[in-house]
Design a protein around this ligand. Sequence first.
Ligand SMILES: NC(=O)c1ccc[n+]([C@@H]2O[C@H](COP(=O)([O-])OP(=O)(O)OC[C@H]3O[C@@H](n4cnc5c(N)ncnc54)[C@H](OP(=O)(O)O)[C@@H]3O)[C@@H](O)[C@H]2O)c1
Length: 314
Amino acid sequence: MNNHPLKVLILGGAGFIGRHAALALQARGHAVVIASRDPSRAGRRLPVELFLCERREAHLDWLTAPSAWNGLLRGIDCVVNAVGILRERGFETFERVHIRGPRALAEACARRSIRLVHVSALGLTDNSRNRFLRSKLLGERVIAGTRADYSIVRPSLLEGAGGFGAEWLRRVARWPLHPLPMDARGRVAALDVRDLAEAIAALCQQRNRPELREVELGGGVRRTLAEHLEALRAATGNRPALRLPVPAPLAWLGAQVCDLLHLTPVSASQLELLRRDNLPRPNLLPALIGRAPTPVGREPFAAEPSYAQRAKAA
Ligand SMILES: NC(=O)c1ccc[n+]([C@@H]2O[C@H](COP(=O)([O-])OP(=O)(O)OC[C@H]3O[C@@H](n4cnc5c(N)ncnc54)[C@H](OP(=O)(O)O)[C@@H]3O)[C@@H](O)[C@H]2O)c1
C-alpha cells in the first residue's frame, strides 16, 4: 500500500460520486484535482472543503487519443474516472464517453505508470440489449485490454444526499403510493456513497494488485426495489406505503418516454437492471474500508447539502 500523499485527478469530480471521492481522498491527505467540462461552473456543485482544489477542463468525448491526455495527466499519480452519462447528447455518445475516452485514458496511464480507478456498475452482461449497459461493459473491457495498473469498481445502487437517482428514490419513498414495475424482482445491496468514496480512496493507494482489478461493492442488506423504497420511507418516520404494481410493458413504455425526453432517472437501462439480482460477488467493501457498511435507510435523511441545492439551481 502506498501511504505517500498522491496527486489524484478526479474525472467527473463535481458529480455525485466524484465529489465524495474527492472529500475522502482529501481527508487522507492527498491533493485532489477536479476535472469537469466546465471548471469555472463546477465550483457551484462542490462542497466548501473542495473550493480551493485545482480544477482542470476535461471532455471525455474529445479525449479519444492517448496523446490528448498529456496536459491533463501532468503531475498526476492516480486518476479516478467517475464520469458517466445516462443519455446521449450530441457528440457525447456512449461510444465516446464510456469506451473511446476511457480506452485512451487507460493507454495514457499505462505509458506514464499512473494508477487508474474506473467507476463502472454492477450487473453488466453480454446479453444486455441496452446500449448504455453495453457501453459500460465495453468500457471495462477496453481498460482491461491495456497495460494500465487499474481497478474497475462496480458499486451497487447508491444512497446519499445530492445524487440524481438517490434523491429521486428518496422523493418516491415519501409518496404514500409506490409504483413498482411488476418485473422489478431483482435485489440490490444499496450502499452509502460515502462508503464507496472511502473504498475508492483506499484503492488509489494500492498499486499492482491483480486481485483488485475487479472490485464489486455493496451495502450490508439485500433488498428488492420495493423493499429499498420501504426502508427509505421508514427513515422518514411515515407508515408503510401502499404498493401499486405497474405491468411490465407499461413500465417499459414509460422508461422509453423518459429516455426520449431526458426525464427523471427512470430509464430502460435501470429497468433492465432491476429484473435480476445485482449483488456484489464477493463484496469487497468491508475489507477496503475496514468496517461494516453504513446501514442504508435506517437513519433519517440528512438535509440535502447546500452545494447539492446550488447544483440543482444551476
Ligand atoms: N449513482 C449511482 O447510483 C451509481 C451506481 C453505480 C454506478 N454508477 C456509475 O458511476 C458513474 C458516475 O455516477 P454519478 O452518480 O456520480 O453521476 P453524476 O453525478 O451525473 O456525475 C457524472 C459526472 O460526469 C461528468 N461528465 C458527463 N459527461 C462528461 C463528458 N463528456 N466529459 C467529461 N465529463 C463528463 C459530469 O461532470 P461535469 O458536468 O462537471 O463535466 C458529471 O458530474 C456513472 O458511470 C454511473 O453509471 C452510479
